[in-house]
Design a protein around this ligand. Structure first.
Ligand code: HEC
Length: 173
């Protein structure tokens, strides 16, 4: 996706000026035991990359989308990012579902929606009630150069989620 690569380049250019690159883990905490309590609703190759994403939603989000409503406050969405399995030539191995086979878990990205965040969470670090953070597999905050809000903001019509339609379809089943 050319569009997201452009935004990555743009976000990296200003990263030095952003206090909280990689989201705001002081506000969005690592959702403990999400793999046991959230529901996996999608798996896909990441746009413009060989990495594999597995998406999970908590019950609040699932119940909202099942009713055709935007995600209610308390909704949490998790995206696990995996490095793909590679063949002898170093190419990603494609599974029978057409998606690269996930190998090593590299990062866990989280979005959480609230009615209102504490006033010290900057407006620029939230959109539509959603705030963001990214973690290492052990749950410690991960720093990167991405300003999460920038890429998700244009998706207002789909509740700021890229995988919105997959989640709505899954929740309505
Ligand atoms: C360069 C644009 C970009 C930036 C910056 C970005 N995202 Fe995303 N995000 C995406 C795309 C595109 C997807 C869909 C999966 C994919 O192709 O990677 C996505 C998916 C997600 C999802 C799964 C729900 C959904 O929207 O489908 C979560 C959770 C998420 N991102 C969190 C974050 C967090 C946390 C950050 C900051 C550390 C962040 N994102 C920064 C582009 C971005």
């Amino acid at each position: 996706m050319k569009f997201s690569k452009m935004l990555v380049a743009g976000a990296c250019g200003v990263a030095a000026l952003v206090a909280y690159a990689g989201g705001t883990p002081d506000f969005v905490k690592f959702p403990a035991a999400y793999d046991a309590t959230f529901t996996n609703y999608a798996k896909m190759n990441r746009a413009g990359s060989a990495a594999v994403a597995k998406m999970y939603a908590n019950d609040v989000a699932l119940a909202s989308y099942a009713k055709g409503m935007p995600a209610a406050p308390g909704s949490k969405i998790v995206m696990e990012v995996y490095k793909p399995e590679k063949d002898a030539e170093g190419n990603p191995v494609v599974g029978s579902d057409g998606v690269n086979v996930p190998a090593d878990l590299a990062a866990i990205a989280v979005m959480e929606r609230r009615d209102a965040w504490p006033s010290d969470l900057a407006e620029a670090d939230q959109v539509g009630g959603w705030a963001f953070a990214i973690f290492n597999p052990d749950g410690s905050p991960k720093t990167n150069d991405l300003t999460c809000v920038v890429c998700h903001t244009p998706y207002e019509k789909q509740d700021y989620l890229f995988s919105h339609q997959k989640l709505v379809d899954f929740a309505s089943r």
